[in-house]
Design a protein around this ligand. Structure first.
Ligand SMILES: Nc1nc2c(ncn2[C@@H]2O[C@H](COP(=O)(O)OP(=O)(O)OP(=O)(O)O)[C@@H](O)[C@H]2O)c(=O)[nH]1
Length: 252
């Protein structure tokens, strides 16, 4: 039923695109806060740190509906047993906190793990590096240029966001992950993992999921800093997401 990026069809539901996004990073970087912000538009400050789950939200990205599934991972001190998300995800968000150098150094191991996985598959896997907690500017330990340099090294996109400030910047990041996954699918990533529910070829993706004319439609709200390392061409149409929590967050 699920796929890295592809379409599913059941008797009760027409074809629809899906994109699996894994949120990676060491403890305290804000993975759960970003996930919840994207799904609910709310900032919730405390979560069960050991809980790992997959949530989904129906989104419109570049005028095309897509079911975005988000895995909020819960590794202890770095990447362990990574197969569960490497084989599942079609895009990766690697998160650190700008006010904690340790989280920045920790995220490099995730970038290495994903890069090695992509190399073993001989595919491009979309990765976005996120410097979170932009609201903690005065306690910043990781400069924007350090984030940019790391993203350049791994050829990934780079954004600085805050899970406790505006929703739009956080939504934009998740939508950008979907765009990247679409582009990789269009560039001809291997077709077999893309369609699991039915053995349908992925050749139709290019026609069913056209690229938008250009990024820049989503405003960057005051106080949020979005730092694209690679240029992006697509645009996103915003709307309130239809939220489906596959399992409830345990919030305490
Ligand atoms: N100021 C600020 N605090 C944040 C932000 N995002 C998360 N936090 C706080 O940082 C702490 C860690 O956030 P989590 O979302 O639990 O981080 P995590 O990466 O999921 O960590 P684990 O659940 O331990 O794996 C919590 O106290 C959050 O309230 C942010 O953007 N700004």
């Amino acid at each position: 039923m699920s796929s890295m990026f592809g379409k599913t069809r059941t008797s009760a539901m027409p074809d629809r695109a899906e994109c699996n996004v894994a949120v990676l990073g060491i403890r305290g970087s804000g993975k759960s806060a970003l996930t919840v912000k994207f799904l609910t538009r709310r900032f919730i400050s405390e979560y069960d740190p050991n809980m790992e789950d997959i949530y989904s939200s129906e989104e419109i990205v570049d005028q095309q509906p897509v079911l975005v599934k988000v895995m909020d991972t819960a590794d202890q001190d770095g990447p362990v047993n990574c197969e569960r998300y490497l084989t599942w995800a079609g895009a990766f968000l690697v998160v650190y906190s700008i006010d904690d150098r340790r989280t920045f150094e920790g995220c490099q191991r995730y970038l290495d793990v994903v890069a090695a996985h992509a190399k073993s598959l001989q595919v491009d896997l979309p990765v976005l590096l996120l410097g979170n907690k932009l609201d903690m500017e005065r306690y910043r330990q990781v400069s924007e240029s350090d984030g940019c340099a790391l993203a350049s090294h791994y050829s990934c996109l780079f954004f600085e966001v805050s899970a406790c400030q505006d929703f739009i910047s956080v939504q934009r990041v998740f939508h950008e992950a979907v765009r990247e996954a679409r582009r990789d699918a269009e560039r001809g990533r291997p077709t077999s993992p893309l369609f699991i529910s039915e053995d349908r070829p992925s050749a139709s993706l290019a026609t069913t999921l056209p690229l938008g004319p250009g990024l820049g439609e989503l405003p960057t709200p005051a106080g949020a800093r979005v730092v694209p390392v690679k240029s992006s061409r697509a645009q996103s149409k915003r709307r309130a997401p239809t939220l489906t929590l596959l399992k409830g967050f345990r919030i305490f």
